[in-house]
Design a protein around this ligand. Sequence first.
Ligand SMILES: [Zn+2]
Ligand SMILES: [Zn+2]
Length: 444
Amino acid sequence: MIEQYIAKSIDCACGKVHKSRVEEIIIEHDVIHNGMINYLKKEGFSRLTVVCDKNGYRIAGREVCEMLDAEGISYKLHMFQKDVVAPDEHSIGNLAMGMDLDCDLILTVGSGTVNDICRYVSAVAGKPFCTLGIAPSMDGYISSGSALIYNNLKLTFETHTPKAVFFDPKILAEAPRDMIAAGVGDLLGKINCLTDWNLSHIINDEWRCDFIVNIVDAAIQKTVAARDGIDTGDNDAVAMLLEALLLSGVCMDYAGNSRPASGCEHHLSHFWEMRYLLEGREAILHGTKVGIGTIIALKGYAYIASLDPDFDRIAKMDRMPFDEWETKVRRAFLSASDEVVDLEKKSGKNSVEKLLPRLEIIRAKWPEIKALAANTTKPELVKSILTQLDAPTMPHEIGVEREMAREAILYAKEIRNRYTVLQLLWDLGELENFADMIINEYYG
Ligand SMILES: [Zn+2]
Ligand SMILES: [Zn+2]
């Protein structure tokens, strides 16, 4: 199913030409001995650096090395020695120093973190890379962005896409349950992404593509339909989840940015991730946080659907002066706050000059906005699927304290200049009320 979307250009009715940069995606039984080795031979790669962590070696790395030995393809194995590998300067340097500098391909065996490290190092070294993915835990396998920690900040570095990615459904289905559930969380987040995108299209006339929306929507529907199979570890159902995640990656490539796959549920996740990092706490899986953020975001739409705003009163409301906003943002974002403050100075998304004309549009289009909010998927569906998979659904279940949860709802929207339901709530003067409602519900 996914093959039809890659390695070609699509002249779209939206006016853009959509293109995916990944050349090959192979999902098949025993892929190491079939599609993967055939691909390596076909492309003539003869000197590899194989990269994995200890876990990846146990799951598939050893088998890859045995296969390369049997096929007479030379390689250098680089295995990270730490039990938990962080995507940071140390790991980047460790691979750069440990790789074969004359290799013609970096072959990654792993999931999120090891991929991000290899994506970056291969780009810097000017080498192509391919990935054997071992868990359906996130949608970034074919992305060109490398999410890395640099000077204690998590940043996305634009690098390059893998030439090819390989997956074995059996390996995927044997991934730890929390990683599979995280993949489901990342995928269900797309429900809110599409609604946020639609919202911004209505209010800001932001470019939007039906073709992309339909692909992402179909991926969501298939995942929801496969929930029982994913729950029981059925190979086909888990492969379907992986394919849905990959399609979401293809759609980011098509759009040229992450709009189809990242809305305010991701901003909430990024906020918690940043705070955990700065406070030296153990990282939580990306998709786990996104799942929790999705439920909050969809509650935001339910809240919007219940409103009957008095726009004259809203337009006259006192808004927080910039200085006061900056103090609060600096308290919430700690040493990461410079970027956030700079973004607001540049974008002015919270300025009265930008707010008032936007409010007029919201007033004029209120019936359309309210219908969008009322018709989007209910948070209860996402909650029930995540609960079925034993995944957390509320911030305190991953250790987020009351105040950090509240700050995320109030300030996560400052991470990007991207219109979402959290900005709409702020525009309507309702964000604090919404935050109070959620915090009281979750924390009592
Ligand atoms: Zn299009
Ligand atoms: Zn994601």
